[in-house]
Design a protein around this ligand. Structure first.
Ligand code: AKG
Ligand code: FE2
Length: 353
């Protein structure tokens, strides 16, 4: 049994707090859209096999250690498109502040959060629910806050100190990303700074995405986020202690059991394009539960919004596999449509038979 349709403009946090909510409104039911056991099935728990990248080895002055770390990173991106970074040097206390500040934001009154609603997908601050309610048949059990933080830093004015915390965290996470991208550039057989220069990373786009997935009375019918890949190059994710992220690997869904204090990293569509298909963007989804709200903060890093991205020329021997496109246009297209698998990447992919 499900409750009748409610207006999509209400946040799922507010909805989940309605007294005696025993079932979800029918317009949040995703189980009709996805195959029967897609949401409720127990995911494979191969968490132990998820690749781990030791960041301290990647920055080691010992060339042997560094080259082993690059091989490891290269393998993780080729085989999974997903890995966990440990020893990254971002303090646990800062990560906690980001999560607590995010909780503080979502705890604001609905009218206060609505001040940050945003009207267009390219508005630098955008609070909302689901992914794109104007295009979706069924909504997702997720509220979000999306903020453009680089090259120009924006932030919501509430709650107190959230802006400072966001700024400090985004600077640090951008530094970590820079090192990872340098390693990946070398993993592709290019110079360490090749990717950074070609994609104009000095004015690279960085977006802070805070996600709130409240407790859900029927988690077997709802989805936090549908299967999708991210735009951009690398997305770095932190979460409260609550799991829910699942990544696709060799056709199976793997539940991500995050190592304490690790950064979870997804490869995005533009890394796939830039590498001419060597590093496939990862498909992931988020499931919800009925015991604890989940908070995650995903910071996505892409080229400059003005960069026209195509496969790196040294990697194109005879065939380019992707049509060049301005990153800004790609992002706008992704954000204005339904989020579904790799549907946007498919539009620039060249299929040969
Ligand atoms: O909540 C998560 O762990 C992942 C969120 C996500 O996939 C996204 O914001 O693109
Ligand atoms: Fe994602």
């Amino acid at each position: 049994m499900t409750t009748p349709i409610i207006q999509p403009s209400i946040s799922v946090k507010t909805l989940s707090e309605s007294p005696n909510l025993k079932s979800i409104p029918s317009n949040y039911v995703n189980s009709d859209i996805y195959p029967f056991d897609f949401i409720a099935s127990k995911p494979h728990d191969y968490s132990n096999s998820i690749p781990t990248v030791d960041f301290s080895l990647l920055t080691s002055i010992d060339p042997h250690q560094r080259s082993q770390a690059i091989n490891n990173l290269n393998k993780a991106c080729q085989e999974w498109g997903f890995f966990m970074v440990v020893n990254h040097g971002i303090q646990e206390s800062l990560i906690k502040k980001v999560i607590d500040g995010t909780q503080g934001f979502f705890n604001l009154r609905e009218e206060e959060k609505k001040e940050f609603e945003g009207k267009h997908v390219l508005d630098p601050i955008r609070y909302g629910t689901s992914f794109n309610t104007s295009k979706e048949k069924a909504f997702f059990w997720r509220d979000y806050l999306k903020v453009f933080v680089h090259p120009k830093f924006h932030s919501p004015s509430k709650p107190d100190r959230y802006s400072d915390i966001m700024w400090e965290y985004c600077e640090k996470v951008r530094e970590v990303t820079k090192v990872l991208l340098g390693g990946l550039s070398q993993g592709l057989g290019l110079e360490e700074c090749y990717l950074e220069k070609t994609l104009e990373m000095k004015s690279g786009f960085q977006i802070f995405i805070a996600n709130y997935y409240p407790c859900c009375p029927q988690p077997e019918l709802a989805l936090g986020m549908p299967p999708h890949s991210d735009h951009g190059l690398l997305t770095l994710i932190i979460q409260n202690q609550v799991g829910g992220l699942q990544v696709q690997h060799q056709g199976k869904w793997i539940h991500v059991n995050a190592l304490p204090n690790s950064l979870l990293v997804n490869t995005g569509d533009h890394l796939e394009i830039f590498s001419n298909g060597k590093y496939k963007s990862n498909v992931h989804k988020v499931v919800v539960n009925n015991t604890s709200p989940r908070i995650s903060v995903a910071v996505a890093h892409g080229p400059s919004l003005e960069a026209i991205v195509s496969p790196a020329s040294p990697l194109v021997q005879s065939e380019t596999n992707y049509i060049p496109m301005k990153y800004k246009d790609y992002m706008e297209m992704q954000q204005s449509n339904q989020l579904h698998q790799k549907s946007i990447l498919e539009q620039v992919k060249i299929h040969r038979n």
